[in-house]
Design a protein around this ligand. Structure first.
Ligand code: N01
Length: 554
């Protein structure tokens, strides 16, 4: 179909809203809350049977957030952040899902969310300046604006492994885990994938299963979580200091997490001082390990000092030197693939019922009815867990048939890699916003900090448009090109592009190799977004309602 005008679905549209929001995860829920507060009519479509997005689907054993719970939470409501009790330093998935449901109830969100409904198509009509949105239940609704709150890690990726379909036992993907309990007791379990999901689930599966075989393609850096129960005192300290903690996370910390910031480089210290600092961070645990120094992401020699420290720790923990060697990452600088946070991951390989198979030197040949075959050896298994990750950042957007001006699809436009202005909008797709889209800090940050910033920015933008009776807004091409170049340039000033990471699209065969998130830091990025808005949405193209005419060009 070449354009929106020729589509039969728009003619039968029955419902109309100001805004359609796609997804009821943390982004969609807050967007809905803001829209309702501003008097916009809104409808949210959610493919899952409940709220929570990522935390609705990722129910695998051991799933928990590795941003600390007191910080991985909404800040928009003072009452909410004062009343909710997180039980542990890192919240387990069921508790985060409970929190999402609590938010949905507390703010009465469900009445505007339609669950078990996928958005399949969104077509922009240039005559009416509105979107026709078709859902999996066969309905088409109209809206002036569409907000994609589809999540960055929501399109679970099954690997293309020869014979996978022949396996007779159950196959689970960590990103799409069953809602019924899964019991591995007495079973031989195969686990493919050693990213955050595999590293979190392996120790728990190993405790239950008769035998666990981990198939590792790339060894990963992982730091101990040092999880534990939160005390009342810890919770209260956070609560009392929330105004400053939240401000710091938004404006100062590069990744939206309140923590002591590094003030020196790794090579400024001698070897003993460095080791002492790494040890202290290792003992404290968590993501802020990389905050020891300010140049670990920039300077390979500096980075090597941290990587060597972690490799040394792995060698100390894992008793079998051959296994320890295999588990020591050496394919990428530390931190350039998302660093993992674990509880007893490396120690799990000391268990008699756990084995590690290197599938880097000998890739999996095939999966048979009851085994994974590597280098001619069959590793017999009864159940298979795929912790093989996601078509990240663009995968869930790409699943929707989105057509903008002149019928161009977003997939056509993004064929060479995603192009956005500020990660928020893409030229040729008016009134279509993306929350934490490619070109914004998103996955390099505490997601909730970035979600709140985007939602608030979009809400302000919609108020502006309503106040000035504006019909459409979209990214200007020049501004977009400049932003894409800037995102790329900043990324290439760091070590990140040296890794075959999902940030680069490298985990998906055929996906363009582009560093997708903006690595300039959430504070810098927020300031840029605020400045753009203050200058009348500089770089965006805006048209008035009655007489279409360009007011601002990028
Ligand atoms: O996925 P991943 P994930 N054959 O892409 C391997 C967030 N998260 O679900 O590295 C064999 O990181 C692949 O190997 P390689 C977090 O941002 C957060 O674990 O491509 N192996 C890799 O080992 C995280 O980064 C939390 O060589 C194959 C693994 O599968 C992101 O989600 C918890 C393969 C995939 O790792 C994604 O994490 C969980 C194949 N064909 C996730 N294809 C917390 O907050 C892929 N692999 C704690």
């Amino acid at each position: 179909m070449s354009s929106a005008q020729s589509s039969p679905v728009e003619r039968h549209a029955t419902e109309a809203y100001d805004v359609i929001v796609v997804g009821a995860g943390f982004a969609g829920m807050y967007m809905l809350h803001r829209l309702r507060g501003l008097g916009f009519s809104a409808r949210v479509f959610e493919q899952g049977g409940g709220v929570g997005g990522t935390w609705y689907w990722n129910r695998y054993p051991g799933a928990r957030c590795d941003v600390e719970s007191m910080q991985y939470s909404y800040s928009f409501s003072e009452e909410l952040q004062q009343e909710w009790d997180w039980s542990e330093r890192y919240a387990p998935q069921p508790e985060i899902l409970k929190y999402a449901n609590h938010v949905a109830d507390r703010f009465d969100l469900r009445r505007d969310i339609q669950f078990n409904t996928r958005v399949e198509r969104a077509v922009f009509d240039e005559r009416s300046n509105s979107w026709s949105v078709t859902t999996s239940d066969g309905k088409t609704v109209e809206a002036k604006f569409v907000v994609l709150a589809t999540g960055c890690l929501s399109n679970a990726r099954k690997p293309d492994i020869n014979g996978l379909e022949n396996f007779k036992g159950p196959v689970y993907h960590t990103g799409n885990w069953p809602h019924e309990p899964v019991d591995f007791t007495g079973l031989r379990v195969g686990l493919i994938g050693t990213g955050s999901s595999g590293i979190q689930s392996a120790p728990i599966i190993a405790e239950q299963a008769k035998h666990l075989t981990v198939f590792q393609r790339t060894a990963n850096f992982s730091i101990p979580a040092r999880n534990g129960a939160l005390t009342d005192e810890e919770r209260n300290t956070f609560r009392k200091n929330y105004p400053e903690i939240r401000r710091f996370a938004r404006e100062v910390a590069r990744n939206g997490i309140y923590a002591v910031q590094p003030d020196g480089g790794a090579l400024d210290d001698d070897a003993d001082a460095r080791r002492a600092k790494y040890e202290a961070r290792w003992e404290r645990g968590g993501l802020t390990f990389m905050y020891v120094y300010n140049n670990l992401g920039l300077d390979r020699t500096a980075n090597d000092t941290a990587a060597d420290f972690v490799r040394g720790r792995i060698a100390e923990i894992v008793r079998d030197p051959e296994i320890a060697k295999l588990l020591q990452p050496n394919s990428h600088p530390i931190g350039t693939k998302r660093i993992c946070i674990d509880t007893d991951y490396f120690a799990t390989f000391n268990r008699p019922n756990v084995s590690l198979v290197d599938i880097k030197s000998n890739p999996i040949e095939e999966i048979t009815a009851n085994a994974v075959r590597v280098a001619g050896t069959d590793h017999d298994i009864d159940a298979l867990v795929l912790a093989t990750g996601f078509d990240a950042m663009t995968g869930s957007v790409a699943k929707i048939d989105i057509r903008g001006r002149r019928g161009q699809t977003l997939n056509q436009k993004w064929a060479e890699g995603p192009k956005t202005y500020l990660g928020l909008m893409s030229a040729g797709f008016p009134n279509l916003f993306i929350i934490t889209g490619p070109g914004s800090p998103s996955v390099l940050s505490n997601m909730i900090v970035s979600i709140e910033q985007h939602v608030d920015w979009i809400a302000d933008c919609l108020i502006h448009m309503r106040k000035h009776s504006l019909a459409t807004m979209e990214a200007g091409r020049a501004a977009e090109d400049k932003w894409v170049a800037h995102v790329n340039e900043v990324a290439h000033g760091t070590l990140y592009p040296q890794a075959n990471s999902w940030y680069m699209g490298a985990n998906i065969p055929g996906k363009p190799r582009i560093f997708m998130p903006y690595i300039g830091g959430v504070g810098v990025y927020r300031q840029i977004c605020n400045d753009v808005a203050a200058k009348g949405y500089e770089g965006f193209v805006i048209e008035r309602a009655e007489q279409p005419r360009r007011l601002v060009t990028g």
